[in-house]
Design a protein around this ligand. Structure first.
Ligand SMILES: *Cc1c(COP(=O)(O)O)cnc(C)c1O
Length: 360
């Protein structure tokens, strides 16, 4: 059996070279005579891995020195709760922009903890467009503004960083981090669950401006407190060492690809090919406003939902897997993260053209 093109939204496809290296190092890693999974996180070898991975994140994203880079656990969802606990005082309001399922969930987790204001909500257009920045009603004295730059389910992406003045901007970049160059200094905090564009599930990357680390109230226990986690270099307790190791290999792979400017060109080209195939088909349809279509997650529908199972079965036969759309949106979704080769998008585009000729 050969490897499929895997369009899963997450956990998602990983670069083949990374998996090959992990296979080669499975039994004996880094001169240890043991797998990386079997050595102490306190060992010198693992410490070097941790340091190298942080250095690579800083290099790839150009992270300024006044930001901490943290490798956390609990998924992006745990960050939905840690952010209000750490970045806002008990009485401080917090602002959320809701452009889809994930930003809505982030606001939902914050609700029991702080006074949440929804400053803009795209529910009215079924999360197919982004409310204009001019229409956001920011709350005076808000601790931060939270948004999701790429809504993995709806396929809606911000192509500009919104301006929130001096109020720290907090971004859930789970599904588009490392997909293009980024000006980290525009953000108070960036976080991303690993299983889309970084590595295996179990790890969350967080980049936090250092002055924000100290905001947490005394009641926040150390395990949920950014300052304590930063002080312990993300090893307050045992980190998910294997996920961290794979993430480190992915960072090295990104550097070998030529960094984020190069990756962004490829991503742009892959997305343009797929959207063109949808728009020109007279068969498939993507509901998202063209100005905010995602380069990472591309939902599309067929003219008749009765064809969905046929499409999925034939696609699977053709080696194109995990194209079923999210249950809340229906239809199909192709996730085309960094690790999806351009050849995979080409194969999907060819398959779609052939399918629409036969069934369209
Ligand atoms: C997948 C995803 C999440 C949830 O991640 P978990 O690790 O399951 O908590 C949150 N936000 C976005 C944008 C996602 O794509």
């Amino acid at each position: 059996m050969s490897r499929i093109f895997n369009f899963s939204a997450g956990p998602a496809t990983l670069p083949r070279e990374v998996l090959e290296q992990a296979r080669d190092e499975m039994l004996e890693w880094h001169g240890q005579g043991a797998s990386v999974m079997e050595v102490s996180h306190r060992s010198k070898a693992f410490g070097e891995l941790a340091e190298q991975s942080e250095a690579d994140v800083r290099e790839l994203l150009g992270v300024p020195d006044d930001y901490a880079v943290l490798f956390l656990q609990g998924g992006a969802t745990q960050q939905f709760a840690m952010i209000p606990m750490n970045l806002a005082a008990a009485e401080q309001p917090v602002d959320y922009v809701v452009t889809g399922q994930w930003s809505k969930k982030a606001a939902g987790q914050a609700k029991g903890l702080r006074k949440v204001n929804i400053v803009a909500d795209a529910a009215g257009n079924n999360y197919t467009d982004i409310p204009a920045r001019a229409d956001w009603r920011l709350t005076p004295g808000a601790a931060y503004v939270h948004y999701c730059p790429n809504e993995t389910i709806g396929g809606v992406e911000f192509h500009e960083v919104p301006d929130t003045g001096t109020v720290p901007l907090v971004a859930d970049m789970s599904s588009n981090i490392f997909s293009r160059p980024l000006d980290v200094s525009r953000f108070g905090m960036i976080y991303a669950g690993a299983q889309k564009n970084i590595g295996p599930a179990g790890l969350v990357l967080a980049i936090v401006r250092k002055d924000l680390l100290e905001r947490a109230a005394d009641a926040v226990p150390p395990i949920l407190r950014y300052a304590a986690l930063a002080e312990q270099k993300s090893m307050l307790n045992t980190p998910p060492t294997y996920s961290w190791y794979i993430a480190g290999l992915v960072f090295q792979w990104l550097k070998r690809q030529g960094g984020l400017a190069r990756i962004a060109e490829v991503n742009q080209r892959k997305a343009a090919k797929l959207y063109r195939a949808i728009d020109d088909s007279g068969c498939y349809r993507n509901p998202v406003a063209p100005a905010c279509r995602s380069r990472m997650n591309v939902p599309f529908t067929l003219p008749d939902a009765a064809l969905d199972p046929v499409f999925l079965a034939e696609a699977q036969q053709a080696g194109l897997a995990a194209l079923k759309g999210h249950r809340s949106v229906g239809g199909m979704r192709a996730s085309i993260y960094n690790a999806m080769p351009e050849a995979g998008v080409d194969a999907l585009v060819d398959f779609m053209a052939d399918f629409s000729r036969r069934h369209g």
